[in-house]
Design a protein around this ligand. Structure first.
Ligand SMILES: [Zn+2]
Length: 328
């Protein structure tokens, strides 16, 4: 019967439409039910550090950088942090003592060495028992001069002798100091290889017996000259008692563990000849933190920039050495 075929055909069509819809629904369900590890990751927008961040408006406008200078460099070079004394910074009372007395200081254990002011070796007081402290208060004694300006020395294995000889030559050329090969001398310097390539150390003045000048593999002839100056008894130029007349310190830029490097030392250790402040001294620190030129720790009060001299004795270095040692 035709109507029966029509009915069957209609039912068949509805069944096919229903099956198709069910298939589509199943396919949709199957996609969302995939195991997590196989699902497509959402589109990444890049690491946080690379995302565009709307800068916060600055209260003080930053000058446009000079040609060839980045904004960061321009900002660091022109920042004008307030100059505060250690007392104003709220540092411990000991720091105020260091500022005025200069002979009381702290020694830090740096590997196998006890060090103060960054590169001055000290002999720590006898430790009681198995004390494991790595910071000790010490009383830095006034440095002792080498009799007749003669410094016997040896060079240990592992030290580049050319750098040492070049440094010695600088003293022989310009000063009354004579470094001579050690020959049963009771007091002498041994140039010793250091563990850290960029660190060099020296005691301040003659210690009695053997004393080390420790030189890392990357220490230059200028660094050796700097350390010999310490061995002769001279402290850092930036530690002069009168340095605040010449530089403005940015104490809050200096990490607390580094502040000790900027304490003042008496004139007998830093300016015995009573000379003008010398930014060109081989014993003058740079105006920035070691290894970070963007963090300024001091600036000249006259506004002039200054470069660190680590190549040769300056005129005042020579004059200081000859003032102390000429005639000894
Ligand atoms: Zn030094």
């Amino acid at each position: 019967m035709p109507w029966r075929y029509v009915l069957y055909s209609t039912c068949l069509i509805f069944l096919m439409i229903g099956a198709t819809q069910y298939g589509l629904w199943r396919a949709t369900q199957a996609t969302t039910a995939l195991p997590a590890q196989l699902q497509t990751s959402p589109k990444r927008t890049g690491p946080a550090a690379l995302q565009t961040v709307t800068p916060t408006p600055r209260a003080i406008s930053t000058p446009a950088p000079a040609k060839g200078q980045t904004h960061k460099e321009a900002s660091a070079a022109t920042s004008t942090p307030p100059s505060l004394s250690p007392a104003e910074e709220g540092l411990p009372e000991e720091w105020q003592i260091l500022e005025t007395i200069g002979t009381h200081t702290l020694a830090f254990k740096n590997g196998e060495h006890w060090v103060t002011q960054g590169d001055l070796l000290v002999t720590p007081p006898k430790l009681q028992g198995q004390q494991t402290t790595e910071v000790l208060p010490i009383n830095l004694q006034p440095p002792q001069a080498w009799p007749d300006g003669v410094v016997p020395y040896t060079i240990a294995t592992g030290v580049d002798p050319e750098r040492v000889q070049a440094a010695i030559q600088a003293f022989h050329e310009h000063t009354v100091i004579r470094l001579v090969a050690c020959d049963d001398d009771p007091n002498y310097v041994t140039f010793t290889a250091g563990e850290h390539p960029y660190k060099c150390y020296s005691f301040l003045g003659m210690q009695g017996g053997e004393q080390a000048i420790v030189l890392g593999s990357s220490c230059t002839t200028g660094n050796v000259i700097h350390e010999i100056m310490h061995a002769l008894g001279f402290g850092h130029t930036h530690s002069r008692e009168d340095r605040d007349e010449y530089v403005e310190m940015f104490w809050h830029h200096i990490p607390s563990t580094e502040k000790l490097q900027y304490q003042k030392f008496p004139a007998t250790m830093t300016n015995p000849a009573n000379l003008d402040f010398d930014f060109d001294s081989v014993l003058m620190y740079p105006d920035h933190l070691a290894g970070n030129p963007h963090v300024k720790v001091m600036r000249r009060r006259d506004g002039k920039p200054f470069q660190t001299n680590r190549t040769q004795l300056s005129a005042s270095d020579i004059a200081q050495v000859n003032f102390v040692y000429d005639g000894l």
